[in-house]
Design a protein around this ligand. Structure first.
Ligand code: AMP
Ligand code: GLY
Length: 437
């Protein structure tokens, strides 16, 4: 094996990346936590904070890494890709400046406006929270209130949905952010399209729908993402091929305006009555979305990485025509008041037998670890998302049945049962039909 890959990050997303590259390379990994799934796949793992660029470069140099893949946005914002590139290790991930497309929401919206990237909502940015409050009062309609910096997906408040305008103003007063973006509230169905980018090339992957709200029926606070699904085609049941193409056009326009960008470009879109609009960009794979996308990608991820580093055209991507449903198991009380210490009872074997029993011949169940605590007698939950199960099969319904069967049992853990179930998918379809009337 000629490539040595260093993976930065230790969540479910990085476990999915590890599983995608490990068969084709010598894999090393570092993160602040110890992910047992990644540890099983890697030659060596080290405990290094994802933002500690110097220590990551030392590790890469020690093991003669020829490539690096960066999972989390915290590492991108800390300049880990810049540091690796300077040390001669090609990092698949943007430098801190290019990562501002994710890490600075005010920059992101100005970038879209200045470069004519389609799908940008009406917005204003503020440093003065008094002035922001007045804008909320005067604005004719609902708004999304977004801190400009990183908040782990938990900082946005949408008026008319989660909060009243008075609550949004109180939130701004109490939270004391330096800068906020106030933008038109987009109403519709959200979906994600992720693309691989390097040397001006873009290769897109199938659409995924994440579920950010903590509880069934999209109730409760926003989380990092409770689970997600993708279909056997690039689109989702509530959208058509034109909607997917509109999202790809946005990514294309973004890459054209950022010719040196490298890594994953993640578009979060809202399918509205007026077409596809942009909720945000991320400069990395989504978590959970990476767990939907990479297991059905038939083109080796390593081929993408090598082509990117060599300055060659990125390979055309092949995907198996299968649907996926990913469900995270989180500690009881997550995200407000999570209780750590629940014993995890799912393992690879029990997941595989659930797939064999409940799926078709094309069915599979994959287990991805995120934040777990390894004790002598087994794995326990921490206060973050613990692990995810991904069902893969010919249809969303069959994939969901597998994920559900693989997850059954387990005290002290909570799962959003409704993700990928026919009734929730139908609600999405009905919602878009109503919007389009
Ligand atoms: P973000 O932190 O930008 O990912 O936003 C978190 C969530 O807030 C998104 O997934 C949306 O559900 C919601 N959101 C963000 N911007 C808007 C918007 N302009 N209109 C409606 N909802 C939004
Ligand atoms: N799934 C949302 C994110 O990764 O930001």
């Amino acid at each position: 094996m000629s490539e040595t890959v260093l993976l930065v990050g230790g969540g479910g997303r990085e476990h999915a990346i590890a599983r995608a590259v490990a068969p084709d390379c010598d894999l090393y990994a570092c993160a602040s936590n110890r992910n047992p799934g990644i540890a099983d796949l890697a030659t060596e793992t080290r405990s290094i904070d994802e933002t500690d660029a110097d220590a990551i470069v030392d590790f890469a140099t020690d093991v003669d890494a020829t490539l690096a893949v960066i999972g989390p946005e915290s590492a991108l914002a800390a300049g880990v890709a810049d540091a690796l590139d300077s040390a001669g290790v090609y990092a698949f991930g943007p430098g801190a400046e290019a990562a501002r497309i994710e890490t600075d929401k005010a920059y992101q919206r100005r970038f879209m406006r200045d470069n004519g990237v389609p799908g940008c909502p009406d917005f204003e940015t503020f440093e003065d929270m008094e002035a922001a409050g007045e804008y909320i009062d005067d604005y004719d309609g609902d708004l999304a209130v977004k801190p400009a910096g990183l908040t782990g997906g938990k900082g946005v408040r949408v008026t008319g949905d989660q909060v009243t305008k008075a609550e949004a103003k109180a939130y701004l007063r109490d939270a004391d952010y330096d800068r906020v973006v106030l933008e038109e509230r987009l109403v519709g169905e959200e979906f994600t399209v992720q693309g691989f980018v390097a040397n001006g090339d873009l290769r897109v992957t199938p659409a995924v729908q994440d579920h950010k709200r903590a509880y069934e029926g999209d109730e409760g606070p926003n989380t990092g993402g409770m689970g997600s699904y993708s279909d056997s085609s690039p689109t989702l049941p509530f959208m058509d091929a034109d909607d997917y193409e509109a999202a790809v056009d946005v990514l294309r326009a973004t890459v054209d305006a950022l010719p040196d960008y490298k890594g994953v470009l993640y578009g979060q879109f809202m399918l509205t009555a007026d077409g596809v609009r942009v909720v945000e960009f991320n400069a990395r794979f989504g978590d959970p979305e990476a767990m939907n996308t990479l297991p059905v990608m038939e083109t080796p991820f390593l081929d993408v990485l090598v082509a990117a580093r060599e300055g060659n055209p990125l390979p055309d991507l092949e995907f198996s025509s299968r649907a996926t449903v990913c469900k995270y198991a989180v500690p009881a009380g997550y995200p407000a008041d999570p209780e750590a210490g629940a014993r995890i009872t799912v393992d690879e074997e029990s997941a595989a037998s659930a797939a064999a029993e409940h799926g078709t011949d094309a069915g599979e169940a994959l287990l991805f670890y995120a934040s777990v605590d390894a004790q002598a007698d087994g794995l326990y939950t921490t206060t973050s998302r613990a692990f995810a199960v991904v069902g893969v099969d010919g249809t969303i319904t069959d994939a969901e049945t597998i994920a559900d069967a693989a997850l059954s049992g387990g005290d002290g853990l909570r799962v959003r049962e409704d993700i990928g179930k026919p009734s929730l998918v139908q609600r999405r379809i009905d919602h878009v039909e109503r919007l389009r009337e």
